[in-house]
Design a protein around this ligand. Sequence first.
Ligand code: IVH
Length: 703
Amino acid sequence: MTDLAKLTASEAKAEHERLAAAIRAHDEAYYAEDAPVISDAEYDALRRDLLAIEARFPELVTPDSPSQQVGIAPAKGFGKVRHRVPMLSLDNAFDNDELREFEGRVRRFLGLGPDEEVAFFAEPKIDGLSANLRYEKGKFVQGATRGDGQEGEDITANLRGVIDLPMTIRKSAPPPPDIFEIRGEVYMQKSDFLALNAAQAESSGKIFANPRNAAAGSLRQLDAAITASRKLRFFAYAWGEAPSLPGRTQAEVLAAFSDWGFTVNPISRVCVNMEEAIDAYRKIEELRASLDYDIDGVVFKVNRLDWQERLGFVSRSPRWAIAHKFPAKQASTVIEDIEIQVGRTGALTPVARLRPVTVGGVVVSNATLHNEDEIIRKDIRIGDTVIIQRAGDVIPQVVAIIPEKRPKDSKPYVFPDHCPVCGSHATKEINEATGKQDAVRRCTGGLICRAQAVERLKHFVSRNAFDIEGLGAKLIDAFYEDGLIRSPADIFTLEARDTAPGNLTRIKNREGFGEKATQNLFDAINSRREIPLDRFIYALGIRHIGQGNARLLARNYLSFAALRRALSATDQDAAAAAYADLLTISGIGAAVADATVEFFREELNQKMLDELLAEITVTDFDPPATESSISGKTVVFTGTLEIMTRQEMKAKAEGLGAKVSGSISAKTDYLVAGANAGSKLKKASELGVTVLSEQEWLDLIGG
Ligand code: IVH
């Protein structure tokens, strides 16, 4: 690692020049080309180093230094569209065994006998951007990006310029319903991509790294005429809101889409069983190079739609589909240095600085080394020649070292036991459930650690959290540095403090700002003073609480006041009850419960919440549209169920908003008892809980 504190003036000047050039190049890649080549954290590290040098050598702070160009004009965005049916992602299988396991899960869920075949529809996984197209009375009325799956951007005007995206659905038998949402992938053909880049080079325009980035950049144009000139195309493969479907299988529906005038992928096919599906994967992989569009794997969908319907979803992906990605692209290069980054939860993540190398068309200069154990396990050292790989959007990884190329004088890498940012001890926790030491070393500095505080703020404003447009990672860094934003509440008091009489360091006077940009930033912040409960919980950045768990908590507690009250209980019994209650939420385990309790126990967090809640409103959880007689009720299943498997029963009940618990208590609303029900049935009658047979329960939920 270059020791910045020891640089001589001339070394500092050279290093400053190198960093400034790198930052400019990454700015260009990120903002102009839609093609970032390093992660945000890595970019931030470059900026930090630059600032550190400038702090020691102020003469290097020239007007054209990147440090003086804080803040980019906030992108004039697109309107938001709430998806009526969430846009999900897919689970991945990494080999044939995992595909067979997937088939096993489907069979068990549906309770299929050994003689029943499950047919799969195999489709190439198109490497583009998914979009939702809404048709009313056969006319294209609205198109949106996937966004976070719940809410996307309104790109209707741009989609009108996409080749093979019909403005009117062609009438055919069966005809399209009055309202129908088609989903699929917007992509650019390889030949069109090459021609576009050639033309761009000619006119000194942006050069795109690959067809996917070119498609993304073209679709995000605010000028729809430019999008239309870019030759984007569309494959239809799914649907959103659809009152009825033109077929009983995936294959039949796609055939109808084709009759309606949409393009469906020609190499998709029905496979009568999993062995045939595995064969289809091989065949599609063989075709890959000859196709004029990028694909990154094969998607397998249970062909029967009644089965898809019964299988339903688990958190963010359907139980009835899986993607098998093609193996990643690899290359070899040298590790020039290993640096340590400190994340939001204090995790120390080692990052290999690589001699730049092109992997699958993208220049890579960093790879994650994951954690200390991974470095020890692979004995990775500075100076080693390594094989790295890139798979899709993920940060490049080191697959293996090449021992023959190891320099003679190389020494094992010593992982720091102190946080490189705040100097606090960095320790490995013992996992209480397994008794094993965690692989990740964490800084114990908590919020006194600048890195953790800054990363938490970045998470807080990020897209799936408060989503404050224009307040990106770089601005958070700069504002933190200058003391303008040190806690979440500071974001919402920024305008008042900035415009207070007597303030001499106004944001509008900063380089790159001005009146308009400043007002845009304040407007963006003010437009987020109201936030739905699940987003808010996610924004808090509690360890282990991603979007899925945040939704689970929101659904269970309904309001932030209720959640906070339960988890801030100080008397022992109430605290124990709150903890037990957390664990009854299906999907919430001990690690999540512990982290949540710990978060509310921390006084600094309580203070942060008090300050923040004085500025914003958290709206109560909106129960899912499928409001039903059992939503909010707690149900326990016991005994042998005969009509559906227990897993399917449970999924169905949860889908209708009920809580499924494993044990009977006074809070239980229903016990559904199958054959041979034992002690739970007895306890239920003692407590006066309503007991239903399997059929009575199905009648109650209307299916
Ligand atoms: S089905 C509920 N089919 O992959 C099912 N997705 O990882 C949702 N994708 O966001 C998607 N080709 O952008 C499906 N033939 C295909 C696909 C496909 C590409 C993308 C899509 C989605 C992502 C999920």
